[in-house]
Design a protein. Sequence first.
Lengths: 388, 132
Amino acid sequence: MEHIYLDYASATPIDSRVLDFSRRYLEDMMGNPSSLHSLGLQAKKAMEESRGKIADFINAENESTILFTGSATESNNLAIQGCAFRNKDKGQQVAASAIEHISVLNPMKYLQKNGFTFSLIPVDPQGLVDLEQLEKIVTKETLVTSIMYANNEIGTIEPIKEISTLVHEKGRYLHVDAVAAGGYVPLDVQKDNIDLLTLSSSALYGPPGAGVLYVKPGIKLQSILPGGGQERGLRSGSENIFALAGMGEAARIAKKERVKETSRLQNIRDNLIEGILKIEDAYLTGHPTLRLPHHASFRFSYIEGESILLSLDMYNIQVATGSACTSRTLEPSHVLLAIGLKHEEAHGSLVLTLGRSNTSKEVPHIVTAVGDTVKKLRDLSPLYKKKT
Amino acid sequence: MIGMAQNIGYSKKVMDHFLNPRNVGEIKNPDGYGKVGNPVCGDIMEMYIRVKDDHITDIKFKTFGCGSAIATSSMVTEMAKGLHVDEALGITRNDVAGKLDGLPPQKMHCSNLAADALHEAIKDYQKKKQNK
């Protein structure tokens, strides 16, 4: 039986069209874009074309707003540390929603150790940022407020336009981690008035090893990676042309195919949710409607997520969980705790994220496998017995 | 059959006991009952034993937890069945992990409570016997 891969939020394969487009930058003699000879100029041109495609993908003012990095983690670090250190004469505070990715939260904790105040903005039980709290927490002292466009674990899409208005009224700069949202919602940094935005190539069916930070014209950052001064002095290091050029092509394809592909995925997703919620004591996590079109996430009472993951793997179905038992820290997912789940509830989480390989034909098999798995694990569970 | 799950670091024996756990269930009016863990840490194990002439003649378990929690529970029931209770008290966490061809390091302390649950059940039996 073929794999049924339902973990696209963790990794997407490279699109074969992107690979075909970009392989020349691995196979052929390519110059260093900093070199002045003709091959160097060719490499530079490939990068600039890619910048243009990505600017188009997020409707940026121009292509020089697009900075290439090596990963979304690096983009988040550059946005947060770079903005805070460069503008520290204007304030000493940073803020983030409680459900941000660890690569946003940890740079903020690092700033906290270096004299900044770090404030967490709570979310409601469906994962929407608490706007009243945001208004209270964010002030002119708050250099960077970081709110993700959509959450990778519970799928909730944040009201970025409203958040942007509030942040610019009360505070200073808005950073948006759009890694989970990229390719699934239309991104428009001008309409939403976003100052800094993070994208990942590998979340867009692009090559791994490339990330982007969009920087609104006029915003000043400090480099966190000193060296040869590539990327306007903000991200030194010889460019990975293969990955950077491929990311642009991936963004171009994602934009072109977004509407059709997301409606296809949403249809499968809705059938999956409908089927799985028929299981006793199964609950959707995240928002029922304001959610990513390819994202279905659940929790099941009385059982644990790693067991669910392992068991589904035996059906050749690959999934994710926020259970403590799969994390390095042995703590349950901070996202599930932030939406108010108890530890034992967070343990029973299941995250399904769909992508290009999935079809509606797979739905009955998945629903049956999840149902059988839940039943089997509950038969083993001392917590389940207590109920009946 | 056992494919990608091994990437998590589980041995074939762990996966076998996780997928086909032995001695699952409860014993009515057991001679000994033990319970360890709590839902916050993520693992709860219940162990039931039937004892005749100080030998464990039957043993059942129920476990809430990850793959290794279920596999260690299943393995300890196999190891303890038929043993004299004093021998069964000698079964350590390391013995259980060893019989399963090892556990990933991060699972050694958190999901390896099965021997503890067995010991609790035996102590319960011994206490009941004294009180008779």
